[in-house]
Design a protein around this ligand. Sequence first.
Ligand code: ATR
Length: 280
Amino acid sequence: MAEAPIKAFVCGHPIKHSRSPLIHGYWLEKYELDGSYEAIDVAPEDFAHFLHTLHEQGYAGGNVTLPHKESAFKIVEKLDGAAEKIGAVNTIWLENGHLCGSNTDAYGFAANLDQQMAGWDSARTAVLLGAGGAARAVIHALQERGFDEIRIVNRTEARARDLQARFGGTTSAHSWEALDDLLASTDLLVNTTSLGMAGSAPLSISLDPLPDHAIVSDIVYVPLQTPLLADAQERGLRTVEGLGMLLHQAVAAFERWFGVKPEVTGELRQRIIDDLRSGK
Ligand code: ATR
């Protein structure tokens, strides 16, 4: 008897802007796999029931996006190390009937830099702007790569302190006012705030204090070239854009359900860029 197709999903609320079906659909076709990946709008009040009935619905697993990543963290029975550290789940699967959860955002962040700027992790000191969920994933990635100092800078300093308490040792918390002084001895600057995203205020900070060897990276990818990255290039600094983090976080999830580690190709990147430009 032929094996049944493997079914996966992304669920969120709203979900219609998710690019994940396009990414996973591209790989399913490229690797000629018998599977599907669909977007499902699940309201917060229905989320627990949705997860508890995955097996009955025929799903092998799926992605979880806003606003469900923290609820998924509480509901799943088994968490991997990254999800545990980050406190949020973006990838789930069933193992002998048990709900398991991971967070592939930290992997995605690091793999994107690996692909775009090999050797980036020889940097020792990072400044991270923001203290939300994305910041937690980036901090975990930087700790995994052995950064000596991760300085968390946030408008609301108390949130930066909460993250410092969570991640300990190599992290420190700072107010926005401290930025100039911190940048002078920073190898890697990462924006994890929503500033600079189309429709949000721009991120306007002076990059003058950064040393010439510094790398500037943004996790915002709409627009692809954020004002921060444009400023950094103007100053002659090396930059890494954020779309790759979205593409690479999907790699680890796809492999989990479909058993093939897919490649982030130029063709895939272009498809997503075209789709983003179409403004849907
Ligand atoms: P996510 O989980 O996607 O990272 P979030 O939890 O809403 O999102 O966090 C958004 C981040 O952007 C926060 O660090 C936020 O700063 P506050 O903690 O002070 O709210 C930051 N942010 C959003 N708008 C900002 C603004 N206008 N100026 C400075 N920081 C801003």
